[in-house]
Design a protein around this ligand. Sequence first.
Ligand code: SF4
Length: 194
Amino acid sequence: MAWTLTVTDLKQYTYCPRILYFTRCLPDVRPTTEKMAEGKRAQEEEQGREERRQLRTYGFSTGQRHFDVALCSGALGVSAVIDLVILRPDGQNAAIPVDYKLSTLAGEHFKLQLTCYGLLVEEEMALPVPYGFIYLMPERRPQKVPLLARDRARVRQALVEMRELIETETMPAATTRPARCVNCEFRRFCNDIF
Ligand code: SF4
């Protein structure tokens, strides 16, 4: 497979396909923003809290927690580092991925990212992943997200489209949701949006 993508690529592509074009086809233009640094800091702090947090936060009494789980799928051509994976909670034959987000909403791009984590876990850890959690850091609450067949198919389709975009170096259309452009770090490169 020509390109190993990351699950972060998938999240960004789902948010706006043009972001993938900038990060993969023009990698030197990406500015570093305070928002990105803040997100990274918050994620590191959250991990410290997560280690003190109890499994009951997720509704479980028992299970094994694994932090920063690095996985790579040859079949999907995708790699990821998952914030937390809970193995066999309450004796279930399942693995549950958890993704921390500095957000109050579990948007579609976050849900597809979590779904892709599920596909990676199923392939690499050989356990079913019926659902996962997006942990909304500002609200300090986990949101349960079922990993639906529809979303699994969307992930696979998006990965095909992403590879084509990179291989052809074709700049896609801007997002149809201009509100997403307001705080986008690539805004100054998108001269056609306003
Ligand atoms: S400014 Fe808007 S169209 Fe351009 S990359 Fe960002 S979100 Fe996409």
